[in-house]
Ligand binder design. Structure first.
Ligand code: GDP
Ligand code: ZN
Length: 330
């Protein structure tokens, strides 16, 4: 419809990267470096960053070719975390408009972290985003590490979570993962060193992402990799590489609500002796019974207890200072 076409000098686009002062926007035609209009506000929730990677935005194009973001279109989904430090009480939007978040772990080097997997799964459940699991470096999996990878694959597969065993070295599972990404809007989350960049380079060789050779310990290395980046895929759709999700936390969840976001716990919740059961210390708990009967995996219950403890201690774990500083000026 003609009425939906942007005016000359304006454009619609998607935010590829936001480094605070400059925001890169991809329009149909090109990439534009943009700034944000000072008073841009979004809904009722205060956010530390008014514009997030993945946002669809309206841009007014300046004479010098740079742009001014004048509006952020409604988000379908967003991954948020509670901001820390001076911005406490506000939210930081990590990424927006993604359909699936892929949790990447390695079979070994580094070892898988079920606690991290489960935190991201709960957050994804809360925010209505599908989650998937990749266990990479399967070429290094032998004996115990192979068994552990198989167990994870089995546990999460049984929960209905799309899971792949991959190796960026041998190519195992890469094609299947590439198919899962095609035409979708996804984010990728996992600790450094599990092979996220290497895997994405395999999926889309044109991306030329820097992988592990660059030290993640040096400040410089950190800086170049600490911003979420939206990567368009030639198969359609995009994937957002988001180092920030390493510190992905849970926002404003009451201890009694937590069990509802462990999908396999839900069917047992009504069966506890106490309506207010937190499935922790209470007698007559049907979830603990299910764990005893092995109907619920012990590792999942352990994650539940750990997250419950952190919620009782006043919310999610604190993001590292570096992460908080990144957004402070916005
Ligand atoms: P990222 O920090 O998650 O992006 O991890 P990188 O992609 O930088 O990979 C970290 C290191 O693991 C690099 O030395 C990669 O070459 C290596 N690596 C990545 N994928 C695999 C894999 O499937 N198997 C093995 N053996 N090494 C891998
Ligand atoms: Zn209970």
């Amino acid at each position: 419809m003609a009425s939906t076409l942007p005016h000359p000098g304006t454009a619609r686009g998607t935010v590829l990267q936001s480094t605070g002062s400059w925001i890169t926007v991809q329009t149909d035609a090109r990439r534009i470096r943009c700034r944000v209009r000072g008073r841009l506000r979004l809904g009722a929730v205060r956010t530390t960053n008014p514009v997030a990677v993945g946002d669809r935005v309206s841009v007014r194009i300046n004479a010098d070719g740079t742009g001014l973001i004048t509006a952020v279109l409604d988000r379908d989904t967003s991954l948020t975390r509670r901001a820390a430090g001076r911005n406490r009480g506000t939210e930081q939007v990590l990424v927006s408009n993604i359909g699936t978040i892929w949790i990447v772990q390695a079979a070994t080097l580094p070892n898988p972290n079920p606690g991290f997997i489960d935190r991201v799964l709960v957050s994804a459940e809360i925010q209505g985003i599908k989650a998937g699991l990749i266990i990479n470096k399967m070429d290094l999996a032998v004996r115990e590490t192979a068994t552990r990878a198989a167990e994870l694959y089995q546990t999460y597969g049984a929960l209905g979570i799309e899971s792949y065993l991959t190796s960026a070295v041998t190519g195992r599972g890469v094609e299947a993962f590439a198919k899962a990404l095609a035409g979708q809007s996804s984010a990728i989350a996992g600790p450094s060193g599990v092979g996220k960049s290497t895997l994405l380079n395999k999926v889309e060789p044109g991306l030329n992402l820097r992988s592990g050779i660059v030290s993640n310990k040096t400040r410089k290395g950190r800086h170049t990799t600490s911003y979420a980046t939206l990567l368009p895929l030639s198969s359609g759709g995009f994937v957002i590489d988001t180092p920030g999700i390493r510190e992905f936390g849970l926002t404003d969840l009451g201890p009694s609500e937590l069990s509802h976001y462990f999908c396999e716990f839900r069917r047992y919740i009504g069966g506890c002796r106490f309506g207010s059961c937190t499935h922790d210390h209470e007698p007559g708990c049907s979830i603990k019974d299910a764990v005893e009967r092995r109907a619920i995996a012990k590792t999942r219950y352990r994650s539940y207890q750990n997250i419950l403890k952190s919620l009782r201690n006043g919310g999610d774990y604190r993001p590292r200072r570096r992460a908080a500083r990144r957004w402070r000026h916005t």
